[in-house]
Design a binder for this molecule. Structure first.
Ligand code: CTP
Ligand code: CA
Length: 225
């Protein structure tokens, strides 16, 4: 196919993409968050729509325009993201978890703003674990044959960490990025290796996030039944 012409190979399919980064509130004005911009998730949503899919985009704290023809569900926290993803996943052919989901949240939420005190040190922030949405989707397979895809940003022995994570999570595909200075977060480009539960390894050279998204959908489409 010529460039710019996309085969509607996802027509009749429903796909769910999570994007952005969750924020875990401490009080009405503060949260624990992360640097995910949501650009990779939005690129996945756009390319899936261009390939004919019905797309639900669960967007956590993104500052990006809604992609045309995509159902956008806005969420804040990891617990809200879990609820929205599981709801949309009930009839989905594929779920791609591109969002950066907080592993922990503050154990308590102060309904009034936390004030500093001149006569004493601040209280420590106690954290509790958030549910692992990707692991849950992978274990439960709410719809038979559903393809589940995770993302991982790693440092050091990136592929070894990626393979271990793929096994631990139980997903079908894991997109592994190497993080470093100015790479990945907020950038327009990405470089990755997509690991498959079947042992496959698909390197994606440095390029636009849309190009990586298209490789992900190629690999998903090949696994749809
Ligand atoms: N993820 C999730 N729910 C969480 C944490 C992560 O669904 N509570 C998903 C992310 O959306 C991503 C994948 O799991 O697709 C990998 O996230 P990552 O943070 O790399 O994995 P963790 O198991 O949390 O490992 P780490 O200790 O390296 O953070
Ligand atoms: Ca994590």
């Amino acid at each position: 196919l010529a460039r710019g012409v996309t085969a509607p190979d996802l027509a009749g399919r429903h796909v769910v993409v999570s994007a952005g980064g969750t924020r875990e509130p401490l009080d009405p004005v503060r949260f624990l968050g992360n640097r995910s911009s949501g650009k990779q998730g939005y690129a996945l949503a756009r390319t899936a729509a261009a390939r004919g899919a019905r797309v639900t985009l669960v967007a956590a704290n993104t500052a990006l325009p809604d992609p045309a023809g995509v159902d956008v569900v806005r969420v804040g926290t990891a617990l809200q993201l879990r609820e929205a993803v599981l709801k949309a996943a009930a009839d989905a052919d594929a779920v791609v978890m591109a969002a950066a989901v907080a592993d922990f949240r503050p154990a308590t939420y102060a309904t009034g703003k936390i004030k500093k005190q001149d006569d004493r040190d601040p209280d420590p922030i106690v954290l509790v674990r958030n549910p692992d949405v990707l692991a849950e989707l992978s274990a439960e397979r709410v719809r038979p044959g559903q393809v589940v895809v995770g993302f991982a940003a790693e440092t050091d022995d990136v592929l070894a960490h990626g393979r271990a994570k793929l096994r631990r999570k139980g997903c079908d595909l894991l997109v592994v990025n190497e993080v470093g200075e100015s790479r990945t977060f907020g950038a327009e480009d990405n470089e990755a290796v997509v690991l498959g539960a079947d042992g496959s390894e698909t390197p994606v050279p440095h390029g636009p996030k849309e190009a990586l998204a298209d490789v992900v959908w190629d690999l998903v489409a090949a696994r749809l039944t």
